[in-house]
Ligand binder design. Structure first.
Ligand code: PHE
Length: 456
């Protein structure tokens, strides 16, 4: 069975291809667009600290568990979980880990494509010079015009979904490994250049102070829940992406070291994005760190519009954001695609068109959340806010919790330890303890307090 499934979907060429693919999945809009703006909304420093703790103490252990489940199951999350639960003689209820994952992936993809569409649009807006020399007000106006136009938003959303389906139809391994290997380092270099620019032109001290001074007064339990949910979102956890990728992983690769490498790059890119964006925010009059989803699109164009060669670098930057989003979106759709191929007998093309179509329709609600439906809110949530909250703050923590309990308490320990293939027994035991005790308790407590604080 293992072999026939590897033939059905393909496998990564090496451990490094897996690292690149998983890093490509992890590093995306979550790091460059979302992390800075939610840190801004939650007052900065204290949120960042909580986020880092969530990555280290909860994200990394759960990610190791998820990779292991995928590699043991060697199939799409739904069928991997089905195989693992029946092998362990457990109730079919546990299959919900796979199901939820596939559903959350498509829900996230639906709004992810809309936001990625903004980045795609900005490549052209930067390159054609319409933002040359723009100040804060002009840039805000420019962005406002994009959001006010459902037609424009849907054009770019559609284009991004086509790009996503294009890659996944061709199979994940082919082409992608190569692309990621070239583009991830370029992204990194451009970030470093921007960092220097932010440091020299922006208010670097104010920016760093905002990000790293751990004032706790602005942080609420709802903010802690958001940090936890975002840690899972950023590492692509709790929705089968990492499980699906784990299924294509070479059998002998050490899971612990691999996962720590991925988490390190993911965190580094998020912090760098914050260190680029906040110094600029504090240097532009009238710009606030809590601007929300528009933060990146209103700060960076001001920088690019006023720096030498800025049009080129600006366009390049948004190309890279698009690519980062692209290498993530393919991992949002792949688990469901693999499942439709295995269980419904569809081919890759049909599976992609069906799922891409569903994501496209669901995405229209997100498009309208920024214009026609802006004032249609439920408990203060627009459609987009509600979808974001439901996926990141509710569903990802819940599946993360279920994964921790399943691996920590339901699978037999010898099976777990054999599957981890690690030659460092002490770190492995630390991992097991974190997963069994720390993860369920911490996720449970944060979840309950966070929901209570948010709504009551
Ligand atoms: N990790 C991606 C990001 O930070 C988003 C993502 C979430 C991708 C879940 C796949 C699965 O942008």
């Amino acid at each position: 069975m293992v072999e026939s499934n590897q033939r059905m979907h393909g496998t990564w060429a090496s451990r490094w291809t897996f690292i690149l693919a998983a890093t490509g999945s992890a590093v995306g809009l979550g790091n460059i667009w979302k992390f800075p703006y939610i840190a801004g909304e939650n007052g900065g420093g204290a949120f960042v600290l909580v986020y880092l703790l969530c990555i280290l103490l909860l994200g990394v252990p759960v990610m190791m568990a998820e990779v292991m489940l995928g590699r043991e199951g060697r199939m799409s999350p739904v069928n991997a979980m089905r195989f693992l639960t029946s092998r362990a003689g457990l109730h079919g209820w546990w299959n919900s880990i796979g199901w939820l994952g596939v559903i959350v992936g498509i829900l996230i993809l639906s709004y992810y494509a809309v936001i990625a569409g903004w980045a795609l649009n900005y490549i052209f807006d930067m390159a054609n010079g319409s933002l040359q020399g723009a100040n804060g007000a002009a840039v805000s106006k420019h962005f406002g015009e994009l959001l006010a136009s459902p037609g424009r938003l849907m054009f770019w959303q559609t284009l991004f979904l086509i790009l996503t389906m294009g890659v996944v139809i061709g199979g994940v391994t082919r082409g992608l490994g190569v692309a990621v290997r070239i583009l991830m380092p370029v992204l990194f270099v451009v970030m470093v250049i921007l960092l220097f620019y932010g440091a020299s032109q922006g208010d670097f001290d104010a920016g760093l102070e905002f990000l790293f001074s751990f004032r706790t007064d602005r942080l609420t339990w709802a903010g802690v829940l958001e940090a936890l949910g975002h840690a899972f979102f950023s590492l692509s956890l709790g929705m089968g992406a990492i499980m699906a990728y784990g299924a294509y992983m070479p059998a002998e690769a050490p899971i612990g070291k691999t996962v720590v490498t991925i988490a390190f790059f993911d965190t580094l890119v998020a912090l760098m994005a914050g260190m680029v964006i906040f110094p600029i925010v504090f240097a532009i009059p009238g710009m606030a760190p809590d601007a929300g989803p528009s933060l990146m699109f209103q700060t960076l164009p001001v920088v690019f519009g006023n720096m030498p060669g800025g049009l080129f670098f600006g366009a390049l930057f948004f190309v890279l954001v698009t690519i980062a989003a692209w290498s993530s979106s393919i991992s949002l759709i792949e688990p469901a695609v693999a499942w439709l191929i295995e269980s419904w007998g569809l081919n890759r093309i049909a599976a992609n068109l069906l799922l891409g179509g569903i994501a496209w329709v669901l995405g229209i609600g997100t498009v309208l959340s920024f214009n026609a439906w802006q004032d249609k809110t439920l408990a203060g949530f627009t459609y987009f806010d509600a979808l974001d909250f439901l996926t990141s703050s509710i569903m990802l923590p819940i599946t993360g919790l279920l994964i921790a309990v399943f691996v920590g308490w339901k699978m037999a320990p010898p099976v777990v330890f054999a599957a981890m293939e690690d030659r460092m027994p002490r770190t492995l035991r630390l991992w097991y303890t974190l997963l069994r005790f720390m993860a369920p308790v911490a996720i449970g407590v944060i979840f309950v307090f966070g929901i209570y604080n948010k709504f009551f």
